[in-house]
Design a protein around this ligand. Structure first.
Ligand code: SF4
Ligand code: FES
Length: 249
């Protein structure tokens, strides 16, 4: 397969970037999108040109680092996958493919397709934990958890912190990420004691990082590779209101 690629190149967030046109040929339809980028980089290195900087680690949809905007969609045209799980057979032979980094004020570009997502770490550090000494692992049935609550906590825990929700939101809101990280803990009995501070502190940090407000268009949930539901955000808003009233009355 052959493709006309337009790849975003930018040395740092201090200098402007632009698209570089690259014609690539002899791409196997069974190559993943990242393997195609590897092949391009091998060719660039052989030509003594600067390889394309892009993030990746697990290459199996777990780590959330491979955040690419492909033809205007976060993680590409397919639903419920990350960029590393996308295969070249999903594109038409000879087509033009635009590849950009995830764009948001709170995600400054480091280089080419790599962005700085440490704002997510700071939201997590503001309350995404349970501060008790748990000791060694207790038997699984010591603390009974209703199945429905366990499922809700597990669905939230699926968030891999990729940032697709922010990149696809017109307001660059991090509400889906923050809500998922809150409910990962707040649905479980162990997470109850710090529930109030958790939601207040994490939402406060989200706002401090410069992410926008949620206007419920649902673009975040549609582009989320782990299909975290929009309802999670509504629940976060309800929990935030309750926590705010508890603190102020
Ligand atoms: S909520 Fe979904 S899109 Fe947002 S960071 Fe988590 S996994 Fe990625
Ligand atoms: S490289 Fe880890 S999710 Fe894609």
């Amino acid at each position: 397969m052959n493709f006309n690629l337009k790849i975003w190149r930018q040395k740092s967030n201090k200098v402007p970037g632009s698209f570089q046109s690259l014609f690539v040929k002899d791409i196997s339809e069974d190559m993943s999108f990242l393997e195609m980028l590897d092949k391009i980089n091998e060719d660039l290195i052989l030509k003594k040109e600067e390889p394309i900087a892009f993030d990746h680690d697990c290459r199996e949809g777990i780590c959330g680092t491979c955040s690419l905007m492909i033809n205007g969609s976060a993680h590409g045209p397919q639903k419920a996958i990350t960029s590393c799980q996308l295969y070249m057979r999903e594109f038409q032979n000879g087509s033009e493919i635009y590849v950009e980094p995830f764009r948001a004020k709170a995600f400054p570009i480091i280089r080419d397709l790599i962005i700085d997502r440490s704002a997510f770490d700071r939201i997590q550090q503001a309350g995404g934990f349970i501060s008790v000494n748990t000791g060694s692992a207790p038997p699984a049935n010591t603390i009974p958890v209703p199945k429905e609550k366990a499922n809700q906590a597990f669905s939230s825990a699926l968030c891999i912190g990729c940032g697709a929700c922010v990149a696809s939101c017109k307001n660059s809101s991090a509400s889906l990420f923050t809500a998922a990280r809150i409910f990962h803990f707040s649905k479980l009995p162990q997470g109850q004691a710090e529930k109030t501070n958790r939601v207040l502190n994490m939402v406060k940090q989200m706002e401090k990082e410069g992410f926008g407000a949620c206007s419920h268009t649902g673009a975040c949930s549609v582009s989320c590779p782990k299909e975290i539901s929009l309802e999670t955000i509504s629940e976060m808003h309800r929990e935030w209101r309750k926590a705010f009233l508890n603190k102020t009355t």
